[in-house]
Ligand binder design. Sequence first.
Ligand SMILES: [Zn+2]
Length: 243
Amino acid sequence: MVRVSDWSETSRIATLFTREHGKLRALAKGGRRLRSPFESSLDLLNHDRMVLIRKNSGGLHLLTEASQLGRFQGLARDYQALNGAYLVAELLGDWTEENDPHPVVFDAALGCLRDLDSGSWNPRDRVVVFELALLVDLGYRPEFGGCVGCGKKAEKGPAAFAFGSGGLVCRECRRDQRGWRELPEACWKLARDLVAALEAGRDGRTEFSEAAESARREVRPWLGEYLSWIRGRRPRLMGWQEE
Ligand SMILES: [Zn+2]
């Protein structure tokens, strides 16, 4: 569940992010009444099993049954983790289309929420990993192998990341780019290694634990700017991550 809003005195509209069907909007009749068939499954950020009557005409689906698979109660105890979880929900809601399944994104989000809930690693770092997984799966994989303009191999030292081209650009090709940000070597190497870890089926924890604090700090605003560039607006909850 990534969003919920009131529909009437007794009903609510739930925006769900499902593994099989992607984002769906469903009407939950009686969803505001206590002891409804949905009990507390209509809370944001739960992991639920939902039974829906599908409407193929593009209208709202009808939610008939819901039961919880996982409640992330640890989030309530950690303000940072809660902020991270809300940012994940915002990105799922804004970056995906209805009825467009992205099981990789679903699994990445669920893994992220579980880690945020357990408090096993820094929430800001953990959300970075989710954001990179989202970008890769949706076709915006950041390229660090060489210049996206001329192919020249990335060398030692700081490098410019061009947002429009989604990758590093050399000094000459930089001139043709509208938006770019210079990244210190440790930062672009961390981002590169995190993408490689994700593609190898790992979660990036090792890469983060070996990275310098400065690289971890630099990677967040770069990623925030890249996400904002692609969507043409800044995620509302991004400020938390860049603090
Ligand atoms: Zn170049």
